[in-house]
Design a protein. Sequence first.
Length: 462
Amino acid sequence: MLDAAQAKDRFRGKRIVWQCRAGHYCAGLVRQCPIGIVVCMDDSATHELITAATGTVFLSGEKTRGRIVDDSALNGLVPLMREELFALLRRSAAGPWVVAAASTTASLRDFAAGAGLPFLANAPELIDWLNDKVNFLEALEGMSLPRIPGRWIRLSATRYAEVAAGLGATFVVQSARGMSGSGTAFISSEEDFQAAARRFGDLPVRAAPDFGDLSVNVNALALEQSVIVSCPSIQLAGLAMLGGKRGMYCGNDFIAATRLPRRTATAVAEQTERIGRWLSSLGFRGLFGLDFVVDPDTDEAFAVDLNPRWQGSTTVLTLAEAKAGRLSLAAAELAWRMGAIDESDLRSRTRAFMEPVAVAHVSLRNGASGPSIVSGELSPGVYSGNLAFARSGFELSDLATDEELLVTGGVPRRGATMGPGAHVLRVACTRQVLDLATLQPLPWCAPVVDAFYEKLALVPQP
């Protein structure tokens, strides 16, 4: 583990300007890596806890604009706060500085160039190309990896009966781009088909058989000559109690994943390594993630989505690895990019990165059809089994028992406006959340989720 003393020595005094979607993503990193400034979309009381403990400064798009900044505006973050960022760098006695990102953008690269700072991230053009599912699926075919049979169609020019004749009455369609389920629709009737046709219009979508709701996610690290694969998690998706519609991301359970059939877990790891080598051949370096669906009849795993970036699962994985006293995969990426650790050292730790972690988290969403206002007030930190606030904290190591819960991710302030489907709150724990047999939350979860929604007191905006 890169503790504070080692970091000071290994990083040679360098400091990081780090861009991410949600500020709490850095919670598991700040003890292992010298992150001095975080540029993020949201504003949260969690940021104040991290600043008090580590000195890390947060620049928030939401705080600057006085409202939630939509995810599509990530590229506008740095221009929005450019002068403030330059002022921070001028006032800082620390350095030298480098620029890195959980999710890179062209504006961040331009800022680094203008400031004369090293840009330790992939080219935005490469990320944009990788975000196109057409390119990914063609690559799977070229690598002779398993692919779910399907075809690209335009719903506006196709009939439900025609597609159902080839794929069955129930199937799934995905657009070439989308995240967190935004580009996916599940179809089992003419009505569903027509609704999807109105939604996607003339956009091409890929229609494929529906294998059900078991989705496996994995984080990995593509280096110059090797790929480091981490332990998998089961994705929580489409859970009504969390305000999610089918296919919508609602969290991860790393504990449930330890009960996956061996064949499935092995296939996920092997396919991830091969895809990582393909990414490396394109010049991609750093963290990436993959989503797999699993055939319930054969336990065969199929890669369906490539995430060439930090994922929602990366945050809790990083917290759990830090709690276990391990070098986290995310910290390993930054350390390697900054020359604090070499590739051979990381390769020697391959087995350690694959060791399971005891963590799960749920993401409460705004389930309303329109914006909602947070009228309640919630403190970030540790909550007891009876959901009473116990103490402040932002790391998994702040939990004393498996019954305690960590409320850290995106804790919104009273009066914040949350868009429809937005992530409102993330709650982490060290016990299993999902029943792998039913893919439904275990009985203890629902009362917890209900209680946190009650504390948030979301009120639909008129």
